[in-house]
Design a protein around this ligand. Sequence first.
Ligand code: AQP
Length: 336
Amino acid sequence: MGKQRVLSGVQPTGNLHLGNYLGAIRNWVEIQDRFENYFCVVDLHAITVPHDAKALAENSYAIAALYLACGIDLEHSNIFIQSHISAHAELTWLLNCITPINWLQGMIQFKEKAVKQGQNVGTGLLDYPVLMAADILLYDADKVPVGEDQKQHIELTRDLAIRMNDQFGKKKKPVLKMPEPMIRKDGARVMSLTDGTKKMSKSDPSELSRIELLDSPETIAKKIKKCKTDPARGLEFDNPERPECHNLLTLYSILSGQRKETVATECAEIGWGQFKPLLTETAVEALRPIQEKYAEVMDDRSYLESVLRQGRESAEAIASATLDRVKTAMGFSTPV
Ligand code: AQP
């Protein structure tokens, strides 16, 4: 039997932060040699909120370069840009036509982001989960490694696969493959530095709320210095009254590669004044190799372009076969 297939992606909506890295990309890197992997830069998702047309293409390249910098290995993985493969938009339309609209209106991410848009909520924002379902289902993905916040979207993807198979598949020959989410426990939900009850997010207006992968050591130091803490002495995990403390200790544990128990013992007696420099140094050291490799990749545009070209070719072959399968099942005529 061949390897199972993995599909995941990140939006080029801003600089990647520790949440994107620890919740998603780090896991892709760790599992990649066990799977056949497709990692895309989901630029069609990036336009579901107002975007800067002048920056979109360059941001997509930067995210692809960050994938490489974080350790995505082309021996096991393909990297491509979503909009380079038109099947994503086409399958979205086909899925739209079998998606009950109330399934989308209840999605948490839609509700959260719609509030931020005020009067100007685009149809694309409502349809975001269907596009995400198309991304996954096009590649017959077995596993989808994501952060906790995307769990509801994967459930919708599964519901849409069931609906398509029920309506248009044959008993022994489903049209679409059923994917499963892959969510790690540690780092699945990295919280904001300014509010330990909110997830770290690219769209938070305050830059102090997140550590970005390309932040300089000085910026990291400043953000950690200013991050929200509490007056208690001695640091601990899992105290619901101290969400910031849990979040910062978790970051320290993952970034330093130490077990939770070890960190709990090390930090049980110390105060914030001692902990913050420790976390700063650990974050700076963890991000240094990523930043160095990123600069190297961004310096060699023709290499990056060749990676994306190769990724597109491999992805396109799979995507167009799935799209044909769906169109045939739904009864479309073939061009003559
Ligand atoms: N705070 C987080 N903790 C753990 N995982 C996270 N992810 C995002 N934030 C956290 C995971 O990163 C992957 C890519 O996310 P995305 O950029 O495509 O969309 P997002 O989830 O909407 O990310 P952001 O940063 O929160 O962007 P905005 O602010 O634009 O919404 C996903 O696997 C996600 O789970």
